[in-house]
Design a protein around this ligand. Sequence first.
Ligand code: FAD
Ligand code: NAP
Length: 384
Amino acid sequence: MDLPVARPLNLGLEVTRPVQAPGAAKSTTTPLVTTSRISAVLAVAGLARCGVLRRATAVKKKGVRVVEGKEIPWNLFSPKAPYQGSCISKETITSKTPLVNWETCHVIMDHGGKVPYIEGQSIGIIAPGPDKKGETPAKIRLYSIASSAPGDDETSKTVSLVVKRVVEVAGKGWCEYSNVPKGKDPEFPDAEKVYRGVCSSHICDLNAGDDVLITGPTGAEMLLPEDPEANMIFMATGTGIAPFRSHLRYLFHDKVSKGKFKGVAWMFLGVPYSQSILYDEEWKEMQAEYPDQFRYDYAVSGEEKSEKNKINGEMWVQHKMMQYADDLWELVKDPKTHVYMCGLKGMESGFAECFQERVEAEGMDYAEFLKKMKKDKRYHVEVY
Ligand code: FAD
Ligand code: NAP
């Protein structure tokens, strides 16, 4: 099988990042995520009047939250009063595999500039329901935003999601519950039991023009660092790629921001089959334009084996990373490197599998090393 192959390792660290002499004055390069840019995002919703962000606000302002001294958009719309947006487009971006839950959709929604967000945040979606508890409308479900703040069309009026359609069928993997009357499922009429995820089906069934109820934005764990010379290691499983698409479009695609980033970004995506790979064309384009600053690698569990995987012998994100452990370890040790994980919970222990031995070989304690990474705010995890 031919997997898309990233170019040989040439991160160009020395080439792209100016070396700072010991004791030299702090770099004066423009921050990667500037306060004026966040102001602009907030101003779209009329939240920052003078364009200057206030630090450590004494009075709690509605619709913003102070994170590391900066105001970011926060819960402008609640589950009780959601924003009614509309679907601009919905596209299935995976193709069929032996799995019943093979389908993942890219959905672009219009928020009319009323739901500003920054890269790394999430929004909530309220489906009509009934949900699994019988509630109508359904309880909100959170989705990581897959677009950068300007949106895919760069108008700052759209938000994109990447959503996997939850489908569970008796006899074809795990299936405990059923919400489709027996014999009535269009795809699996003969199955004993079928469960279709309520919100994921709602989103994956949207058509252009349909209404969508949006809450949020929320989330501060996956934001980009300010330092334009920071490096990023992104670890994603499946739709966990969402925040990284948001980041990467900001770093390497959008007119307002591309060219500012001076570090390197290396993304690892784990998926079951090559038909499940997400946004491959976009990564190819970014890599062609920024060959020394961006690379990506895929771990395709259903098609590649790894003897390092003691659980099922398949290639997962962390096992792919082990193939480049020497280079990655140099990056992980660099205080300018931020590690991000999004998707399945198992990735956190996967990161430990990758680096614990190296940490210990250099005389450090892994728990302490991790604690320091967290304290330095360069270990970002959103998994469940
Ligand atoms: P549900 O209908 O809620 O079903 C979910 C599960 O509940 C099923 O496995 C079902 O078998 C089980 N169930 C059914 N009935 C019962 C019962 N009676 N008791 C117990 N269990 C039952 N997903 C994405 O696709 N893309 C994203 O970018 C994304 N981002 C996320 C970001 C965050 C921060 C979080 C927390 C989650 C994210 N998710 C994302 C997951 C998403 O929020 C939903 O959980 C997912 O889409 C499934 O929702 P659903 O309504 O379709 O499924
Ligand atoms: P998927 O396409 O099914 O891919 C998951 C991949 O990860 C498969 O290759 C799988 O291998 C592999 N894998 C399984 N266990 C693993 C482990 N312990 N460590 C590393 N890799 C492992 O993914 P998915 O179903 O979309 O799953 C993504 C999950 O992330 C979903 O539960 C989704 O709801 C969640 N999510 C969370 C956020 C967030 O918190 N912000 C955002 C987006 C998505 P096998 O084939 O061997 O199982």
